[in-house]
Design a protein around this ligand. Structure first.
Ligand code: HEC
Length: 110
């Protein structure tokens, strides 16, 4: 590989890195999973209301995660056992928003 090619590759790498960093920043700016969790899910998941699995309970979430992350997201979207309300009562959350909140809840429960 000559120097010119190397330089070109470095430039491409640099641009790709910049663009993806920007995309991540935008995504987290437009939706605040923690704030939404506090506003909607915390009522049950922060207190154990209705026997909801409490965020921060490592073992409880470890067992649930055995079903797979996507299954947990599906339970959130569709509701579960008539106890977990569909979309966690967040009427303006998109599926991606709910996914981000579930990820946040799991991160807080490690
Ligand atoms: C009215 C109370 C209530 C609210 C509000 C609520 N949940 Fe739940 N959630 C529950 C209960 C109860 C369960 C346990 C259901 C069961 O296992 O039978 C549960 C279970 C879950 C689970 C585990 C699903 C599984 O497959 O094991 C996830 C993930 C979850 N909730 C996410 C959320 C998110 C995200 C929000 C907010 C957008 C939310 N919940 C809001 C009561 C609530």
């Amino acid at each position: 590989m000559n120097n010119h090619q190397k330089c070109k590759l470095t430039a491409i790498w640099f641009i790709t890195t910049l663009v993806s960093a920007e995309a991540v920043a935008q995504e987290s700016e437009s939706f605040d999973a923690e704030a939404k969790y506090q506003a909607t899910c915390f009522a049950c998941h922060g207190t154990g209301q209705a026997h909801a699995p409490v965020v921060g309970d490592t073992i409880e979430w470890e067992i649930r995660l055995e079903k797979g992350f996507n299954t947990l997201v599906q339970s959130t979207i569709n509701g579960l056992n008539g106890m977990m309300p569909a979309r966690g009562l967040c009427s303006d959350c998109t599926d991606d928003n709910l996914k981000a909140i579930v990820q946040f809840m799991l991160d807080e429960s490690q």
